[in-house]
Design a protein around this ligand. Structure first.
Ligand SMILES: CC(C)(COP(=O)(O)OP(=O)(O)OC[C@H]1O[C@@H](n2cnc3c(N)ncnc32)[C@H](O)[C@@H]1OP(=O)(O)O)[C@@H](O)C(=O)NCCC(=O)NCCS
Length: 195
């Protein structure tokens, strides 16, 4: 199955909220470390809206639908926390891995020195992915581990690839705004319909 990962903005936040709410109880527990309620997801989303500069989102999609999300959040101390979740029926197909790769590439390019991720002790899959991406995991509290990674600066190839990826994102946004601009003017010069 081909899957594409896109870096996205706050515009897609309602879809992120729907995704989080639709996770199975087991996946909610693995993602948040407790069985989060819809109310608490709404609080998280509201917080993201108020502080949107501190949040970055990615989604993974097949040709038909979005199947996974990556979220990086900047804390008050400037550290960045990374979290991922994939729709249950699309897990174990490399999507989580792809999301983490994209997120770490973005973080390196933007000179973020360190990222970390909370994992519950039983979540062997995310611990495997953390180690695969060179995050060092250590025990945090009973039943919980933290995986952290000091990020090197992007090398010239990584920086170039990320530069063009973000260039294309900006061009897509320009195209969207240009369409809106044209609609605005065509609306203004269109004759009013006869009553
Ligand atoms: C964790 C999660 C994001 C992983 O996404 P995914 O798309 O299923 O993961 P991938 O298919 O990319 O990778 C799974 C890897 O785990 C390995 N794996 C599978 N079962 C495993 C197990 N029991 N123990 C260790 N590794 C395991 C796979 O072999 C694969 O490794 P590889 O890439 O080296 O072959 C997904 O399971 C999920 O959404 N879980 C619920 C939310 C969550 O736990 N989020 C993490 C906390 S922030």
């Amino acid at each position: 199955m081909t899957c594409y990962v896109h870096h996205t903005s706050i515009y897609k936040i309602s879809e992120y909220s729907r995704h989080l709410k639709s996770l199975t109880d087991e996946d909610k527990y693995s993602r948040f470390g407790y069985l989060i309620s819809d109310y608490n997801i709404d609080q998280l989303i509201l917080n993201m809206c108020y502080n949107h500069k501190d949040h970055e989102l990615w989604y993974a999609r097949t040709d038909e639908m979005r199947v996974g999300w990556g979220h990086m959040a900047r804390n008050d101390d400037g550290s960045w926390e990374l979290a991922v979740s994939v729709e249950h029926e699309y897990q174990r197909q490399g999507i989580g891995d792809q999301l983490i790769t994209e997120m770490l590439n973005w973080a390196k390019f933007h000179h973020i020195p360190e990222v970390y991720m909370h994992c519950i002790e039983d979540n062997k899959v995310i611990q495997h992915l953390a180690v695969k991406h060179d995050l060092k995991t250590k025990s945090r509290s009973p039943g919980e581990r933290t995986a952290a990674l000091s990020l090197p600066e992007a090398n010239v190839f990584e920086a170039n690839a990320q530069l063009w990826k973000e260039h294309n994102e900006i061009m897509t946004e320009f195209a969207r705004l240009r369409k809106r601009y044209k609609e605005l003017w065509s609306n203004a010069i269109m004759p009013k319909p006869l009553l």
